[in-house]
Design a protein around this ligand. Structure first.
Ligand code: GLN
Length: 205
């Protein structure tokens, strides 16, 4: 299985290391030929506006959208979650996303006082595994479409629960950064529960 990390901006190296730890041999994706060669993609944390602009500049925006529409498995962390979202609140004017995930995200949702924080949260279908989650100017999910599964939530400064990990079909997003913790279970979830089964079913390129 060939898994790429979109390497335009953001914490690319950390995702590459996590994938290697999961037994995958990842490649950095900057050009369309590299995109065509992969079975699954990770969109790193960073700055969603910059990544979108660079994707447009390198003529990757529409090809990535097309691969998503064909069913390519994609995992986006933080800025990557924003880039997978169909709708973005507090976006900058004209901010584009790849889209595909039927969610509305709010950028920088946790506000200035809790700009960045860490928390142990329940993650997974059963919600029984605790993972250490690092949030850095993170978004949260404000609304979900009917086919979206919530895999983790946290209580925000507004004292309400907000989804921070979601899955819709082959698209998966977390507003936290598992690539920064040395705990590879979230990446393993993407590889073993989403990407590999999709590859076994075939026909995603
Ligand atoms: N706030 C950033 C954005 O809008 C995301 C931050 C991150 O990826 N750590 O892109």
């Amino acid at each position: 299985m060939k898994v790429g990390v979109l390497a335009l901006q953001g914490d690319v190296r950390e995702h590459v290391s996590s994938l290697i730890a999961c037994g995958v041999n990842p490649s950095a994706i900057r050009r369309i030929e590299e995109l065509e060669a992969i079975d699954a993609l990770i969109i790193p944390g960073g700055e969603s506006t910059t990544i979108a602009q660079l994707a447009e500049h390198y003529e990757l925006l529409l090809p990535i959208r097309a691969r998503i529409n064909k069913g390519m498995p994609v995992y986006g962390s933080c800025a990557g979650m924003i880039l997978l979202a169909d709708r973005v609140l507090d976006a900058v004017d004209g901010q584009k996303t790849f889209g595909g995930l039927d969610i509305t995200v709010r950028r920088n949702a946790f506000g200035r006082q809790v700009d960045s924080f860490e928390s142990d949260i329940e993650f997974g279908d059963g919600g029984s595994e605790k993972v250490h989650a690092v949030f850095i100017r993170a978004p949260w999910v404000e609304e979900i479409g009917k086919d979206i599964k919530i895999l983790a939530s946290v209580i925000g400064p507004d004292a309400k629960s907000h989804p921070v990990a979601v899955r819709g079909g082959n698209l998966f997003a977390t507003s936290f950064h598992p690539e920064l913790t040395g705990d590879h279970r979230v990446h393993r979830y993407f590889i073993e529960e989403i990407a590999r089964p999709a590859l076994v079913r075939g026909g995603l390129r």
